[in-house]
Design a protein around this ligand. Structure first.
Ligand code: 13P
Length: 256
């Protein structure tokens, strides 16, 4: 299975900065066929970046969009508008769940809208620190996964990517601490088990599961070799060109 290295730039880089970064990134990396490199800039950058993008090397992802295709929704952009512009969209990131109060119902509609508009959703799930401390990780993972996929049929599940991002490991979380490979492996197993129960064993194994949370060049190799992990979703380190390319090269090495 190919691996995915996804840079989530969050609310960083204006159009000029994003364009310069992309220019340098494209110069620096060859076309790695078994590593899918994806960057997720702000919505405003998607159109200009799509014009300078070498799609053989890098793909674009949106960070969010609204689930209805058009209508009276002031301030929103839709997946229908993003169709053709991006290949992926991050859905249900913890920052959207906790800062913007997105619930599983809304996330499910966004996942469905993505698929309807030929965009691959990267569905993010993950527990907060207190949920882990109270032994609730299994339930949280189950509920977020089942909730987020509630509108996805068995025929469409191969169009979805799942990302496990424990909120306590995200670098911007207060007192963040990196997850250990064993902690990740345990949750990936839960995710696959849940997928198996809903969609059957064969399908469950085909869904790529990414990991995100304080990924750095120093731990990328260990995370990429966690059983069942197919790639990484990277925040802070994706903003630093050397670190991001380092992680891409690690993915290339590991995939051999
Ligand atoms: P960091 O890599 O900065 O911890 O961010 C992870 C993340 O939220 C990616 O979506």
């Amino acid at each position: 299975m190919k691996s995915y290295i996804v840079g989530n730039w969050k609310l960083n880089f204006n159009v000029g900065e994003a364009s310069i970064y992309l220019h340098k990134l494209q110069k620096k990396i060859p076309n790695y066929r078994d590593v899918e490199v994806v960057v997720a800039p702000t919505a405003l950058c998607l159109q200009p970046l799509s014009l300078q993008l070498d799609r053989t090397k890098i793909k674009l992802a949106a960070q969010n969009a609204f689930y209805n295709d058009f209508g009276a929704y002031t301030g929103e952009i839709s997946f229908a508008e993003l169709n053709g512009l991006v290949n992926y969209c991050i859905i249900g990131h913890s920052e959207r769940r906790y800062i913007f109060h997105e619930d599983d119902k809304m996330i499910a509609k966004k996942v469905a809208a993505c698929i309807r508009n030929k965009i691959t959703p990267i569905l993010c799930i993950g527990e907060i620190e207190s949920e882990r401390a109270f032994g609730e990780t299994k339930d949280v993972i189950h509920d977020q996964l089942v909730g987020g996929l509630s509108e996805v049929s068995a025929e469409d599940i191969d169009k979805v990517i799942v990302a496990y991002e424990p909120v306590w490991a995200i670098s911007s979380t207060k007192d963040a601490k990196p997850a250990t490979p064993d902690e990740i492996a345990e949750v990936v197993e839960m995710i696959r088990q849940n997928l198996k129960e809903i969609y059957g064993a064969k399908t469950a194994d085909a869904v790529p599961v990414l990991f995100g949370g304080s990924v750095k060049p120093t731990n990328a190799g260990a995370y990429l070799t966690v059983p069942g992990i197919s790639g990484l979703l990277i925040g802070g380190a994706s903003l630093i060109l050397e670190q991001f390319t380092d992680i891409i090269e690690t993915a290339k090495r590991v995939s051999k």
